[in-house]
Design a protein around this ligand. Structure first.
Ligand code: ADP
Ligand code: MG
Length: 524
């Protein structure tokens, strides 16, 4: 009896297996790391990304670059996820995390070629990661968050090499003031600090309250309201019900008038209900019908539409108001309060300021930059610095930057590797070598000889041996004020190791059909 081949998948399924699958995945991961590598550190370069609509972004920020790049390869997208995780957890260190992941896989590839089995490698990386976390916990410094000059150094380190470079002293002061305002002991929610941007050469400023890049919807509305009662709405103030698409057939003009009258009556009723709550400010996440705008203006209500969801949530917290979905159900007690709501001209356009709120733990840093692109990049740098300071307020632990922490952990990991027997030892050594990609890249990006720099750093006696990117010599990062939160490093190392292990364990890539609407489809 001749053997029949058995097909378990459709014939056109693309599939790669074994070494080839591994090789492809690793190549994709390396390509992602390569894409952001030149942006690392104080001398890092920027990237210009142009989207299909012709919009341009100029940035140095790892996660921004990768999310804008529209990466498709599944393994590459797993690396992009590392950047996103880092962004959510800390906000800073996204480039570091991606570079580490790429380098772990590159080193793994060398070992695979030497016939080290991928599961042995993955296990070795696991061991190394656990040990690296232990080492970090041991070598980090405990600091007091009362220490202003330390917080300044951390903020400046975060902003070095970004668009914010020239104003960094001024910005660091604003960021520290904001952090002090919203934190209580070691409790802090970094979302309490909003960063808003505007083109202009004026100084950036800290506003106690929430600033919205919006204008009132109708010129007849007030622009300055003291003791404001604020109503927050997350549904449209319009007649159209977007969920049901109804067609109305009108056969004679009287019907049309009746229909329009009906519409007007409903809008009028909506505004009446809102007015009855005593609200004099309406902030809506959705649209507001033109006629409703007119009625609101007549009622003396300042209304803003299309406020982002995150801002509406912030406003709810700050003013103590409830977010209302149904205008029919609004009542007096749903309103929040703010001492002052005003519209003021900032630069070319108006902005809305919601100030003197009940919950004073809401602030906005309004950053200014000479052009849209610069303002945008300063905003990203400031957001990174806020994330770093928030992490330090929470944990009270920091490390020396400029490659110092990576050099120190690599040293101790090598000692640990020497105690191991078996092939895991090779993986742990590769892990240690991987960490040195950070000082190596900092040197490369500064136009220095990376080998020269690494040999110096490895032999250095400083407590925190970092690279002085101006001179190419070793410096003590701590004394130089290059200080970063511990959290950046613990998070970057853990997610880089995790994704490397995951990719190493894949030996079969099956590209199935497009399965539209399949809830079981895995999204990477
Ligand atoms: P990431 O997205 O990983 O935060 P950055 O471009 O912000 O990437 O670069 C961070 C790296 O730059 C860190 O390793 C940090 O220690 C280093 N760095 C920051 N400031 C300095 C400095 N003044 N001298 C040397 N290295 C610095
Ligand atoms: Mg950074």
């Amino acid at each position: 009896m001749s053997e029949q081949p058995i097909y378990i998948m459709p014939e056109d399924t693309k599939r790669t297996t074994g070494r080839e699958a591994q090789h492809n995945n690793i190549a994709a991961a390396k390509a992602v790391a390569q894409a952001v590598r030149t942006t690392l550190g104080p001398k890092g370069m920027d990237k210009m990304i142009v989207d299909s609509a012709g919009d341009v972004i100029v940035t140095n920020d790892g996660v921004t670059i990768l999310t804008e790049m529209q990466i498709e390869h599944p393994a590459a997208r797993m690396i992009v996820e590392v950047a996103k995780t880092q962004e959510d957890a800390v906000g800073d260190g996204t480039t570091t995390a991606v570079i580490l992941a790429g380098e772990l896989l590159k080193r793994a590839e060398n070992l695979l070629e030497q016939e080290v089995h991928p599961t042995v490698l993955a296990r070795g990386y696991r061991l190394a990661e656990i040990e690296a976390q232990k080492i970090l916990g041991k070598i980090c410094e405990n600091v007091s968050i009362e220490n202003d000059s330390l917080l300044r150094n951390i903020a400046i380190t975060a902003m070095t090499g970004k668009g914010a470079e020239s104003d960094k002293e001024e910005l660091a002061k604003l960021i520290i003031a904001a952090i002090r305002k919203v934190s209580q002991g070691n409790k802090i929610d970094k979302d309490d600090i909003k960063v808003e941007k505007r083109v202009g050469n004026e100084n950036s400023e800290l506003i106690e309250g929430i600033v919205l890049d919006k204008e009132k919807v109708h010129p007849g509305m007030p622009t300055y309201i003291e003791n404001a009662r604020v109503l927050l709405l997350d549904s449209p103030l319009e007649i159209k019900n977007t969920e049901i698409d109804a067609k109305i057939q009108i056969t004679d003009p009287a019907q049309l008038t009746a229909f329009l009258d009906q519409e007007e009556r409903t809008l009028r009723l909506m505004v009446e209900r809102i007015k009855d709550t005593g609200a004099n400010v309406l902030l809506s996440q959705r649209g507001i019908d033109d006629m409703a705008q007119h009625f609101l203006a007549k009622a003396g209500i300042l209304a803003i539409r299309r406020v982002t969801k995150s801002d509406i949530e912030r406003l709810a917290k700050a003013t103590g108001g409830k977010i209302i979905s149904n205008w029919k159900e609004v009542s007096y007690s749903d309103c929040g309060s703010a001492g002052l709501v005003r519209e003021s001209k900032i630069g070319e356009n108006n902005m809305i300021f919601v100030e003197k709120c009940i919950n004073t733990k809401s602030v906005t840093i309004l950053v200014r930059g000479g052009t849209e692109h610069i303002a945008e990049e300063i905003k990203r740098a400031v957001t990174d610095a806020i994330g770093d300071l928030a992490a330090v307020v929470k944990e009270g632990k920091v490390v020396g930057g400029a490659g110092a922490v990576e050099i120190k952990v690599a040293r101790e990991l090598r000692n640990y590797a020497n105690q191991l027997t078996g092939r895991e030892q090779l993986a742990v050594q590769a892990f240690a070598d991987t960490l040195e990609i950070i000082p190596r890249t900092l040197a490369e990006n500064a136009g220095l000889d990376p080998i020269d720099v690494l040999t110096q750093l490895r032999a250095a006696q400083e407590i925190w041996p970092g690279i002085n990117v101006a001179t190419g010599k070793v410096m003590d990062s701590w004394q130089a004020g290059v200080i970063e939160p511990l959290k950046i490093k613990t998070q970057a190392i853990s997610s880089a190791a995790e994704v490397a292990e995951m990719i190493l364990r894949i030996d079969d890539v099956i590209l199935g059909h497009e399965k539209k609407g399949n809830p079981n489809r895995m999204e990477v």
